[in-house]
Design a protein around this ligand. Structure first.
Ligand code: SAH
Length: 249
């Protein structure tokens, strides 16, 4: 209830978004940010909430989905400029540590702050800038209400993990590893818009199976789990008052 509000959900891959867009019967927006950027938009009204999905789209040069931080940054800035959201969500898939209790197709809400790994700038002040540690909305109540796990997310530019990435990710206390969340949190923080993430686990970072193989094998199961739980999350967000989104970690 309450005042009219806008909720933007940023998703990197179309295949992650399609099941949810179908289930919610969302309407496709025509080139929301112009034809050059192939970012896609979908919308639907839920009570007083305008729900908008932004999908990063296909890269014109390489013909693949524009996963990763650069495209996420671009899409987040444009979505904020165009739709002025009260709340931003990042939904998608992630790798996770079995040693921290994660299983394939588990759905997590973000926790704590969101950092980058693999950005090494060993100059005073720049070290911290590289890591980021951007604030996220505290969603512990939402997690317990919906029975979802919570975990810290670390974002990098690679699907695999070098030994130095591993040391850094483990040191940050992260359970989850993705390629967009910290970039989205960076832009959301610039604009002081609350943000959190919902991630389904496609691969276990501490298993012997190569990440790319596990990702492809488990992608469908993970996106089905994401669809189911994201819809519950969106329903709560759409029907909660704006004041529920003001407390950040
Ligand atoms: N090989 C895939 C490409 C997916 S890239 C394909 O053929 O379609 C990975 C995407 O899933 C990114 O958007 C990232 O956020 C997420 N992801 C899933 N598992 C990940 C992991 N272990 N590390 C980093 N990102 C991961």
């Amino acid at each position: 209830m309450g005042r009219h509000k806008t909720l933007v959900v940023l998703i990197s891959m179309q295949q992650e978004a399609t099941p949810i867009i179908r289930a919610l019967a969302m309407r496709s927006m025509k080139d929301p940010f112009g034809k050059v950027l192939r970012i896609k938009g979908f919308e639907k009204k839920i009570q007083n909430t305008r729900l908008i999905f932004i999908v990063q789209g296909i890269d014109p040069r390489f013909g693949v989905e524009t996963v990763g931080t650069e495209a996420a940054t671009l899409a987040t800035q444009l979505a904020i400029q165009t739709f002025n959201p009260n709340l931003i969500l990042n939904a998608g898939t992630a790798g996770a540590f079995a040693s921290r209790g994660a299983k394939i197709a588990d759905v997590y809400l973000s926790k704590g702050t969101c950092s980058f790994h693999g950005r090494r700038i060993p100059i005073p002040g720049y070290q911290e800038y590289g890591v980021g540690s951007y604030p996220l909305l505290n969603v512990s109540k939402l997690a317990s209400r919906l029975g979802l796990k919570q975990g810290i997310i670390s974002t990098g530019s690679s699907l695999d993990m070098t030994p130095s990435d591993k040391t850094q990710i483990e040191g940050s206390g992260a359970t989850l590893k993705d390629m967009e969340a910290a970039a989205i949190a960076y832009v959301a923080d610039l604009h002081r818009i609350p943000m959190f993430a919902v991630k389904a686990v496609t691969d276990l970072l501490d298993s012997k199976t190569p990440t790319s193989e596990a990702f492809l094998k488990n992608f469908k199961r993970a996106t089905e789990a994401l669809q189911k739980h994201l819809i519950s999350v969106l329903h709560v967000c759409a029907t909660s008052p704006l004041s529920a989104f003001s407390r950040r970690t």
